[in-house]
Design a protein around this ligand. Sequence first.
Ligand code: ZN
Length: 242
Amino acid sequence: MKIAVISDIHANLVALEKVLVSIREYQCDMIVCLGDIVGYGPKPNECIQMVEKAADIVLLGNHDYAAIGLMNVDSFNTFASQAIQWTRQQLTPENAKYLQQLPVEKSWQECFFVHASPCNPDFWNYVLSPREAETEFECFEQQLCFIGHSHYPLVFSYHPKMGVNKESSVKMVLEKEKRYIINVGSVGQPRDNNPEASWVLYDRDHALLKRLRISYPVEIVQDQMRDHHLPPFLIERLSHGR
Ligand code: ZN
């Protein structure tokens, strides 16, 4: 069984479509979306509808939460908050309702899924360093925890004797004695200096994890963002993956 895990689409329909094509090529049996379907990008309604149709498990992210008015945008930077105001005006009542009923965490077999961090899923903390990961490993029991939120794809492993390690390989065999926190990166707004859309393939039968990057025509999304007068900073960053 193959599971595709995606996150942080941020209303980037062009990137989402490309990633879904790639997922289909790998013949995945299940798709999990870790949230932030909207915010920043130009096609919030279209992305919600596509995720709703394609994904088996969908979680709520902080931008989704803000877009339906459940959270104020004080903690967001100016550009993110401008994009959220715009997104709020765009969302159809049906799509807003869909976001509203999404859970912030989900447990499935040996996997725990969450948008930000396993310890406090709705505190929207980042897990970027081995030290931060160490605390987070204590907050779930499953072997694997898939996260998004930072837009930075990375994997932490934990072994009772060796502690926490940052794993750098793109393709890895998961070891039985280890547990893992896997950040799947972002489909619609990567921030690791690589503009290509990110997703993760988990092959359960072979305990294999593969991190993938998919190129897409960034300039099409940038034109769509200009049409809606979204902040130039958000448009520009897509070219650089920052
Ligand atoms: Zn995000």
